[in-house]
Design a protein around this ligand. Structure first.
Ligand code: AMP
Ligand code: GLY
Length: 425
């Protein structure tokens, strides 16, 4: 089979690594890719926002399957356009991608199908939003309705912060993503990521993971795309797993089908484990980054038949096998991220780092120039490790990091601290 993968992050390097390992693959391309992906796939400089260019590439190269990594092309309807051109693509349609693209859409779906989530209201003007806010009090969560690159959520501890968030959003800080705002009840508990593969009708659980969204150790500093993750998380017990499947994932897939917009692709639920049980606080319509990296390390089965089964509505009798060993990933980012950072700084020692047992390095924002690897983005590398315990995987990943020479980069030193604490009793 010929496969085209779309994206350029650590998530896509992990996907490329896993897809390339499939005996079904004849040729793998990635658009646009990065320096690490170039070892697994031929990187092509396609403008993925130009759907007709992507279709033309697929026709010219007899591409049998397109796998879409990030949310932006999904929300732009790339899967619909490819399907209309007779090209199979893994990922949700534009309308189904509203589960991530519109917080209000998801909240209304939760209300209609009785999916546990925080109480909420939708607003299209600041006056009504402020009145509701004042009636509710803090803490409270203010969310821009649309896609805002992970920055559209303000968890406000005080009324003042919430009021400022409302003002910022209605003044256009997130452009059209903020013309509508959702105000949501603050949920307290442990936050986990849960992934399921869906074919429009059936959902099969992939695995649980825990991400670390804050930039600094001890969960301090601003939110990022994710600074590290591990899987599975001990906090998703078999009982909680079953509750998430029965009360959140199952009703979502059934509800989307009933609405006539079946969901095919990876459903990523952001779940808060509250005292009243698991509650959904957001959906994403793709693999998480960096959660995907640890999921790919743990997946024993070939992923290509799983993608095909999801596209073809054949997940009903499908079975995926996983390595029981946990995997962990630490993100190395350019100093300054998630604010301003420098590009073009040199990274050395990657080969030495990769020699540590159980270690796999996935690239995110990197380019290769004259044989050297240079940083080319905010999140730059994912140093991943598998082992028999999370504690050991963590030691391996940090031992690898200590071999990497990149004075312009940094990472968190406490990834998986909660799981490590749990392991050590
Ligand atoms: P998001 O951009 O939707 O991933 O949200 C960013 C972060 O805000 C999440 O990772 C949660 O930590 C937090 N968050 C979102 N919704 C809520 C909520 N209702 N209660 C508490 N925290 C939330
Ligand atoms: N790791 C969070 C995300 O992919 O949205």
């Amino acid at each position: 089979m010929n496969i085209l993968l779309i994206g350029s992050g650590g998530r896509e390097h992990a996907l490329a690594w896993k897809i390339a390992a499939s005996p079904l693959v004849t040729k793998l391309w990635c658009a646009p890719g990065n320096a690490g992906i170039a070892r697994e796939a031929e990187c092509v400089a396609l403008d993925v926002a130009d759907h007709s260019a992507v279709i033309e590439f697929c026709r010219r190269n007899a591409v049998d399957l397109v796998v879409v990594g990030p949310e932006i092309p999904l929300a732009a309807g790339i899967v619909d356009d490819l399907a209309a051109a007779g090209i199979k693509a893994f990922g949700p349609s534009r309308l189904a991608a509203q589960l991530e693209g519109s917080k209000g859409f998801t909240k209304d779906l939760c209300r209609e199908f009785d999916i546990p989530t925080g109480a909420y209201r939708r607003f299209d003007n600041a006056g009504d939003a402020l009145a509701y806010l004042r009636a509710q009090g803090a803490p409270i969560v203010v969310k821009a309705d649309g896609l805002a690159a992970g920055k559209g959520v303000v968890v406000a501890k005080t009324l003042g912060e919430a009021e400022a968030a409302i003002a910022m959003m209605f003044e256009g800080a997130f452009g059209s993503a903020g013309t509508e705002v959702v105000i949501e009840e603050f949920l307290s508990g442990r936050e986990i990521s849960f992934f399921a593969l869906c074919d429009g009708e059936t959902a099969i659980p992939l695995a649980s993971a825990q991400d670390h969204k804050r930039v600094f150790d001890h969960d301090e500093g601003p939110n990022t795309g994710g600074m590290g993750a591990y899987s599975p998380t001990p906090f998703v017990t078999p009982e909680i797993h079953d509750q998430i499947m029965a009360r959140i994932i199952g009703p979502t897939v059934a509800g989307m089908k009933q609405r006539g917009i079946p969901f095919r692709g990876v459903l990523y639920a952001g779940v808060m484990l509250t005292e009243q049980g698991p509650k959904l606080f957001e959906y994403n319509v793709r693999f998480g980054d960096p959660e995907c990296q640890v999921l790919m390390l743990r997946m024993m089965s070939d992923i290509v038949p799983a993608f095909l089964a999801a596209c073809d509505g054949q997940l009903k009798n499908f079975d995926l096998r996983w390595f029981p060993e946990p995997a962990l990933t630490v993100v190395m980012a350019a100093k300054g991220y998630p604010g301003d950072y420098k590009k073009g700084t040199r990274i050395e020692g990657l080969d030495e780092a990769a020699q540590i047992e159980g270690v796999e390095i996935f690239h995110a924002g990197t380019v290769e120039k004259d044989g050297a690897i240079l940083a080319n983005g905010g999140r730059v590398l994912n140093i991943c490790a598998s082992a028999t315990t999370v504690t050991e995987a963590k030691q391996r990943a940090y031992a690898a990091i200590d071999r990497i020479k990149w004075p312009d980069g940094f990472c968190r030193r406490d990834i998986a601290w909660q799981a490590v604490e749990a392991e050590q009793g």
